[in-house]
Design a protein around this ligand. Structure first.
Ligand SMILES: [Zn+2]
Length: 236
Protein backbone atom coordinates (compact mmCIF):
# COMPACT_ATOMS: atom_id res chain seq x y z
CA UNK A 1 0.00 0.00 0.00
CA UNK A 2 1.69 3.20 -1.10
CA UNK A 3 -0.92 5.85 -0.33
CA UNK A 4 -1.62 6.46 3.34
CA UNK A 5 -5.24 7.49 2.81
CA UNK A 6 -6.31 4.05 1.65
CA UNK A 7 -6.30 0.65 3.28
CA UNK A 8 -7.92 -2.72 2.64
CA UNK A 9 -11.25 -3.44 4.33
CA UNK A 10 -11.15 -6.20 6.90
CA UNK A 11 -13.08 -9.26 5.85
CA UNK A 12 -14.76 -11.80 8.11
CA UNK A 13 -14.71 -15.44 7.20
CA UNK A 14 -15.07 -18.50 9.44
CA UNK A 15 -14.69 -16.37 12.55
CA UNK A 16 -11.41 -14.87 11.37
CA UNK A 17 -10.89 -11.21 10.60
CA UNK A 18 -8.74 -11.04 7.50
CA UNK A 19 -6.85 -7.89 6.73
CA UNK A 20 -7.95 -7.98 3.13
CA UNK A 21 -10.52 -9.57 0.85
CA UNK A 22 -7.69 -11.20 -1.05
CA UNK A 23 -6.47 -13.10 2.01
CA UNK A 24 -10.02 -14.26 2.78
CA UNK A 25 -10.40 -15.46 -0.79
CA UNK A 26 -7.24 -17.54 -0.51
CA UNK A 27 -8.66 -19.04 2.68
CA UNK A 28 -11.77 -20.04 0.70
CA UNK A 29 -9.53 -21.53 -1.97
CA UNK A 30 -7.67 -23.70 0.54
CA UNK A 31 -10.89 -24.79 2.23
CA UNK A 32 -12.25 -25.88 -1.12
CA UNK A 33 -9.21 -28.14 -1.51
CA UNK A 34 -9.35 -29.48 2.04
CA UNK A 35 -6.12 -27.83 3.20
CA UNK A 36 -5.88 -26.97 6.90
CA UNK A 37 -4.58 -23.50 7.73
CA UNK A 38 -4.09 -21.07 10.61
CA UNK A 39 -4.34 -17.34 10.05
CA UNK A 40 -1.98 -14.94 11.82
CA UNK A 41 -1.42 -17.57 14.48
CA UNK A 42 1.96 -16.33 15.62
CA UNK A 43 3.92 -13.10 15.31
CA UNK A 44 7.71 -12.84 15.29
CA UNK A 45 10.46 -10.32 15.51
CA UNK A 46 12.38 -10.80 12.26
CA UNK A 47 15.69 -8.96 12.34
CA UNK A 48 14.26 -6.83 15.13
CA UNK A 49 11.05 -5.90 13.29
CA UNK A 50 7.63 -7.27 14.21
CA UNK A 51 6.08 -9.51 11.60
CA UNK A 52 2.78 -11.37 11.64
CA UNK A 53 2.76 -13.94 8.80
CA UNK A 54 -0.56 -14.52 6.99
CA UNK A 55 -1.07 -18.29 6.86
CA UNK A 56 0.50 -21.40 8.26
CA UNK A 57 -0.76 -24.15 5.96
CA UNK A 58 -0.77 -27.66 7.42
CA UNK A 59 -1.14 -30.33 4.76
CA UNK A 60 -1.46 -33.90 5.93
CA UNK A 61 1.91 -35.24 4.76
CA UNK A 62 5.55 -35.51 5.67
CA UNK A 63 6.62 -32.46 3.67
CA UNK A 64 5.03 -30.65 6.58
CA UNK A 65 3.63 -27.21 7.18
CA UNK A 66 4.56 -24.09 5.24
CA UNK A 67 4.09 -20.37 5.63
CA UNK A 68 2.02 -18.64 2.98
CA UNK A 69 2.35 -14.89 2.72
CA UNK A 70 -0.12 -13.34 0.28
CA UNK A 71 0.64 -10.21 -1.71
CA UNK A 72 -1.60 -8.40 -4.16
CA UNK A 73 1.35 -7.36 -6.30
CA UNK A 74 4.95 -8.35 -6.92
CA UNK A 75 6.74 -8.21 -3.55
CA UNK A 76 9.29 -5.57 -2.68
CA UNK A 77 12.79 -6.45 -1.56
CA UNK A 78 11.85 -5.54 2.02
CA UNK A 79 8.93 -7.98 1.90
CA UNK A 80 11.16 -10.68 0.48
CA UNK A 81 13.77 -10.22 3.21
CA UNK A 82 11.07 -10.50 5.87
CA UNK A 83 9.74 -13.79 4.53
CA UNK A 84 13.24 -15.16 4.03
CA UNK A 85 14.00 -14.28 7.66
CA UNK A 86 10.80 -16.01 8.74
CA UNK A 87 11.73 -19.25 6.94
CA UNK A 88 15.27 -19.26 8.29
CA UNK A 89 14.27 -18.29 11.80
CA UNK A 90 11.42 -20.77 12.22
CA UNK A 91 12.90 -23.60 10.16
CA UNK A 92 9.69 -23.77 8.10
CA UNK A 93 9.68 -23.14 4.35
CA UNK A 94 7.75 -20.09 3.25
CA UNK A 95 5.99 -19.10 0.05
CA UNK A 96 5.64 -15.43 -0.78
CA UNK A 97 2.78 -15.60 -3.23
CA UNK A 98 1.67 -12.79 -5.53
CA UNK A 99 -0.07 -14.81 -8.24
CA UNK A 100 -3.67 -14.02 -9.05
CA UNK A 101 -6.73 -16.03 -8.03
CA UNK A 102 -6.78 -17.89 -11.31
CA UNK A 103 -4.86 -20.65 -12.97
CA UNK A 104 -1.48 -19.08 -13.76
CA UNK A 105 -0.91 -20.97 -17.01
CA UNK A 106 -2.84 -22.50 -19.89
CA UNK A 107 -3.31 -26.22 -20.31
CA UNK A 108 0.17 -27.63 -20.91
CA UNK A 109 -0.72 -31.26 -21.28
CA UNK A 110 0.21 -31.18 -24.97
CA UNK A 111 3.89 -30.72 -24.09
CA UNK A 112 6.14 -33.68 -24.62
CA UNK A 113 9.29 -34.27 -22.62
CA UNK A 114 11.56 -32.58 -25.17
CA UNK A 115 9.60 -29.39 -25.33
CA UNK A 116 9.06 -29.37 -21.60
CA UNK A 117 12.76 -29.50 -20.72
CA UNK A 118 14.05 -27.43 -23.61
CA UNK A 119 17.65 -27.04 -24.79
CA UNK A 120 20.47 -28.04 -22.51
CA UNK A 121 22.66 -25.03 -23.11
CA UNK A 122 20.74 -22.50 -21.14
CA UNK A 123 21.31 -18.84 -21.79
CA UNK A 124 17.85 -17.48 -21.20
CA UNK A 125 17.31 -14.01 -19.84
CA UNK A 126 15.31 -14.08 -16.62
CA UNK A 127 13.66 -11.01 -15.16
CA UNK A 128 12.34 -11.54 -11.68
CA UNK A 129 8.86 -10.13 -12.16
CA UNK A 130 8.29 -11.16 -15.78
CA UNK A 131 10.01 -14.52 -15.97
CA UNK A 132 11.83 -15.55 -19.13
CA UNK A 133 12.47 -12.62 -21.38
CA UNK A 134 10.76 -12.73 -24.76
CA UNK A 135 13.91 -11.43 -26.37
CA UNK A 136 15.90 -14.44 -25.26
CA UNK A 137 16.81 -16.39 -28.36
CA UNK A 138 16.87 -19.70 -26.57
CA UNK A 139 13.98 -19.98 -24.20
CA UNK A 140 11.62 -22.84 -23.51
CA UNK A 141 8.66 -21.66 -25.55
CA UNK A 142 5.95 -22.58 -23.08
CA UNK A 143 7.57 -20.55 -20.30
CA UNK A 144 7.85 -17.32 -22.28
CA UNK A 145 5.09 -14.93 -21.30
CA UNK A 146 4.25 -16.69 -18.05
CA UNK A 147 4.53 -14.50 -15.00
CA UNK A 148 6.27 -15.83 -11.88
CA UNK A 149 3.82 -16.35 -9.05
CA UNK A 150 5.92 -16.71 -5.94
CA UNK A 151 9.19 -16.87 -4.08
CA UNK A 152 10.00 -19.96 -2.07
CA UNK A 153 12.36 -19.61 0.88
CA UNK A 154 13.75 -22.72 2.51
CA UNK A 155 14.82 -23.01 6.16
CA UNK A 156 18.44 -22.83 5.06
CA UNK A 157 19.74 -20.38 2.54
CA UNK A 158 20.32 -23.10 -0.04
CA UNK A 159 19.29 -21.20 -3.15
CA UNK A 160 19.09 -17.69 -4.45
CA UNK A 161 15.84 -15.96 -3.79
CA UNK A 162 14.45 -15.83 -7.27
CA UNK A 163 10.83 -15.71 -8.27
CA UNK A 164 9.52 -18.86 -9.86
CA UNK A 165 6.61 -20.56 -11.58
CA UNK A 166 5.14 -22.01 -8.41
CA UNK A 167 1.59 -23.15 -8.97
CA UNK A 168 -1.11 -24.78 -6.92
CA UNK A 169 -1.41 -28.25 -8.33
CA UNK A 170 -3.13 -31.51 -7.64
CA UNK A 171 -1.65 -34.98 -7.86
CA UNK A 172 -3.70 -36.52 -10.62
CA UNK A 173 -3.26 -39.94 -9.03
CA UNK A 174 -4.37 -39.26 -5.45
CA UNK A 175 -5.71 -35.70 -5.29
CA UNK A 176 -3.00 -34.44 -2.97
CA UNK A 177 -2.62 -30.64 -3.31
CA UNK A 178 0.65 -28.77 -3.12
CA UNK A 179 2.38 -25.73 -4.55
CA UNK A 180 4.83 -27.12 -7.06
CA UNK A 181 7.12 -25.80 -9.73
CA UNK A 182 5.22 -25.42 -13.01
CA UNK A 183 2.35 -27.34 -11.46
CA UNK A 184 4.12 -30.68 -11.70
CA UNK A 185 2.35 -33.49 -9.93
CA UNK A 186 5.57 -35.42 -9.29
CA UNK A 187 6.86 -35.96 -6.75
CA UNK A 188 3.84 -36.66 -4.67
CA UNK A 189 4.74 -37.15 -1.00
CA UNK A 190 2.00 -39.77 -0.71
CA UNK A 191 4.05 -42.04 -2.94
CA UNK A 192 7.45 -41.06 -1.67
CA UNK A 193 8.54 -44.62 -0.98
CA UNK A 194 7.90 -45.91 -4.50
CA UNK A 195 10.57 -46.01 -7.19
CA UNK A 196 10.17 -43.95 -10.35
CA UNK A 197 9.64 -47.18 -12.30
CA UNK A 198 6.88 -48.31 -9.98
CA UNK A 199 5.22 -44.89 -10.07
CA UNK A 200 5.24 -44.82 -13.87
CA UNK A 201 3.95 -48.39 -14.02
CA UNK A 202 0.99 -47.40 -11.85
CA UNK A 203 0.22 -43.91 -13.08
CA UNK A 204 1.86 -43.46 -16.46
CA UNK A 205 4.65 -40.99 -17.33
CA UNK A 206 5.26 -38.51 -14.51
CA UNK A 207 7.04 -35.85 -16.58
CA UNK A 208 5.65 -33.70 -17.88
CA UNK A 209 2.37 -34.16 -16.08
CA UNK A 210 0.63 -31.02 -14.91
CA UNK A 211 -2.04 -30.78 -12.26
CA UNK A 212 -2.63 -27.04 -12.20
CA UNK A 213 -5.85 -27.10 -14.24
CA UNK A 214 -7.71 -30.05 -12.83
CA UNK A 215 -11.49 -29.58 -12.40
CA UNK A 216 -11.03 -29.43 -8.63
CA UNK A 217 -8.30 -26.76 -8.72
CA UNK A 218 -10.24 -24.64 -11.22
CA UNK A 219 -13.38 -24.96 -9.07
CA UNK A 220 -11.39 -23.78 -6.04
CA UNK A 221 -10.27 -20.62 -7.89
CA UNK A 222 -13.86 -20.02 -8.94
CA UNK A 223 -15.14 -20.50 -5.38
CA UNK A 224 -12.49 -18.10 -4.07
CA UNK A 225 -13.23 -15.40 -6.64
CA UNK A 226 -16.98 -15.57 -6.23
CA UNK A 227 -17.19 -15.83 -2.43
CA UNK A 228 -19.34 -13.21 -0.69
CA UNK A 229 -18.36 -12.04 2.76
CA UNK A 230 -19.91 -10.13 5.59
CA UNK A 231 -18.61 -6.62 5.94
CA UNK A 232 -15.73 -6.49 8.37
CA UNK A 233 -14.95 -3.58 10.59
CA UNK A 234 -12.69 -0.97 9.12
CA UNK A 235 -9.12 -1.42 10.21
CA UNK A 236 -9.02 1.88 12.08
ZN1 LIG B 1 -0.39 -38.27 -5.15
Amino acid sequence: MTAKNIQPIETRYKGYRFRSRLEARWAVFMDHLGLAWDYESQGYLVDGKPYLPDFLVRPDDKEGAFWLEIKGSFPTEEERLKVRGLAEGTGIRAFLYSGKLESPAPDLSHLDMTRYVGPHERDYAWTDDHGWDKSADRSVDWEVGLTPTAFLFGPRRARDDKSDFLWWAECTACGYVKISRAGQRAWCPKFDDLSLEELERRFGPLYPCFGHRTPRILAAYEAARSARFEHGESGA
